[in-house]
Design a protein around this ligand. Structure first.
Ligand code: AOE
Length: 249
């Protein structure tokens, strides 16, 4: 598959905008804001599973590998999406078209302003770089495919094969990002620098995601198990019909 074809596939895989369609009662208090955000994230996570399955090659990975990748990166993927939606709105976080928050509104949830500030500064950096849609979709696929690179040690033959397929997929997505950058009319030197700057931003996103996880666990949300079961079900449903080897039966 050519980089051009790969990018058009992942552009089509982009999830639609999500509206909360709630009576968002402003001013928020701690619990109403956390409830709106959790409600939004729940809806986004369901769409994230369909998105991942549309990335060429993802469903050919072992089911265990698919789940592990999504478990590792879901908050990073949500955050990059949030940054993309917010890139043209300095000082605001566009969680959804009907949930736009500025840093001061973070005041009502303990500890959230610190996270908002980190999200806003990473968003400013993308604005500075004038991030393009093609680059954004590549970076998001990169986050997913790279998320367990340094944590998983393959043991079974199946895991070794799945990791091999994963590494080839990562090569594809790197080629796609390089191709997207090459379309921007920059000099060779500038293209190399842009690739470096864009990929370096991924380490900031991982950092903000870790901080966000810490914050979420102090907020003690209890709906994690439900989402996990749903995830398993949806991925399993797909894998058992489309491949013969990865479920082991
Ligand atoms: C960022 C982007 C976005 O689109 C939505 C949200 C909403 C909540 C925000 C977060 C964000 C940014 C960081 C914040 C956080 C609230 C507090 C934190 C501001 O500081 C996230 C709400 C998350 C709700 C938890 C839902 C449970 C998820 C469990 C996932 C899981 O267990 N698995 C296995 C992964 C499933 C992958 C599909």
């Amino acid at each position: 598959m050519s980089p051009e074809q790969f990018i058009s596939c992942i552009m089509e895989a982009e999830p639609p905008d999500i509206y909360l369609r709630e009576d968002l009662k402003k001013p928020f208090n701690q619990s109403s804001m956390m409830m709106s955000l959790t409600h939004l994230a729940d809806k986004e996570l369901v769409l994230m599973i369909s998105w991942a399955k549309k990335i060429p090659g993802f469903v050919e990975l072992s089911l265990a590998n698919q789940i592990q990748l999504l478990k590792c990166c879901w908050l990073e993927v949500l955050m990059l999406g949030l940054m993309w939606r917010s890139v043209d709105h300095p000082g605001k976080l566009i969680f959804s078209p009907d949930l736009k928050l500025n840093r001061e509104e973070g005041n009502c949830v303990e500890g959230i302003m610190e996270i908002f500030d980190m999200l806003l500064s990473a968003t400013s950096r993308f604005r500075e770089l004038n991030l393009q849609r093609e680059e954004y979709v590549c970076l998001k696929a990169m986050i997913l495919l790279n998320s367990n690179m340094c944590t998983s040690v393959p043991e079974t033959v199946e895991e070794v094969e799945s990791r091999g397929r994963l590494l080839r997929l990562l090569d594809l997505v790197i080629d796609a990002l390089v191709w997207a950058i090459s379309k921007l009319g920059l000099s060779t030197q500038e293209q190399t620098l842009r690739l470096g700057h864009l990929t370096m931003l991924l380490s900031h996103i991982r950092h903000v995601s870790n901080k966000g996880m810490d914050h979420l666990s102090t907020m003690k949300r209890k709906n994690v198990v439900f989402v996990y079961d749903l995830l398993l079900e949806m991925l399993d449903a797909n894998t058992s019909t489309s491949t013969s080897s990865s479920t082991g039966d």
